[in-house]
Design a binder for this molecule. Structure first.
Ligand code: IMP
Ligand code: MG
Length: 180
């Protein structure tokens, strides 16, 4: 697996340091509020698991899965819900946990969809923010790292379903996805 990696962009230690800061910030911001973390599967899973353990106030989990890229590395712009939330979010303070916001098309769809369910508040926390190809005007309330316009893998992020288990954020060697 390591031979497929071009460079490590953010190592595991830097991720954990930033995740802890975000957890503290979120805990302060939602103090005395009934917080519901909504993890966007599958990419958000590592971030959700680590971030939630750095949140010091009570919170609940729910999960949603949407399609974005399929097996390509560019957004199709087509978003479809594969798995919906288990419970109503009406009057709940909802925080969306995303792995990366790239074009913003997925997030725009998600925010619109969840806003229609009348939560008490709806905010977004994304580990990574890739601004270069932004197509939709979306607000990200908590950002882990701004990253350059590169296709990244690891710490939940995949290419064709693989590499999610890498403990760092890295750049895939271009030949992997230009020749297949
Ligand atoms: P967007 O709709 O273009 O903002 O893309 C959102 C989704 O595409 C993310 O939640 C990821 O699942 C996926 N994605 C975007 N960029 C990357 C990347 O660099 N590596 C892996 N997945 C990505
Ligand atoms: Mg995602």
């Amino acid at each position: 697996m390591l031979e497929d990696i071009e460079e490590i962009l953010i190592d595991g230690k830097a991720i954990q340091t930033r995740v802890k800061e975000l957890g503290e910030e979120i805990s302060r911001r939602y103090e005395n509020k009934d917080l519901l973390l909504v993890c966007i599967l599958k990419g958000g899973i590592m971030f959700m698991a680590d971030l939630s353990r750095c949140i010091t106030i009570p919170c609940e989990f729910d999960f949603m899965a949407v399609t974005s890229y399929g097996e390509a590395t560019e957004s199709s712009g087509v978003v479809r819900i594969l798995k919906d939330l288990d419970k109503s979010i009406q009057n709940r303070h909802v925080l969306i946990i995303e792995d990366v916001v790239d074009t913003g098309l997925t997030l725009k769809y998600l925010v619109k969809n969840l806003e229609n369910r009348r939560p008490a508040s709806l905010k977004v926390c994304s580990l990574l923010n890739k601004k270069a190809h932004r197509k939709a005007d979306v607000k990200i309330d908590f950002v882990g790292f701004d990253i350059p316009d590169k296709f990244v893998i690891g710490y939940g992020l995949d290419y064709a379903g693989k590499y999610r288990n890498l403990p760092f954020i890295s750049v895939l060697k271009p030949k992997i996805y230009t020749t297949c």
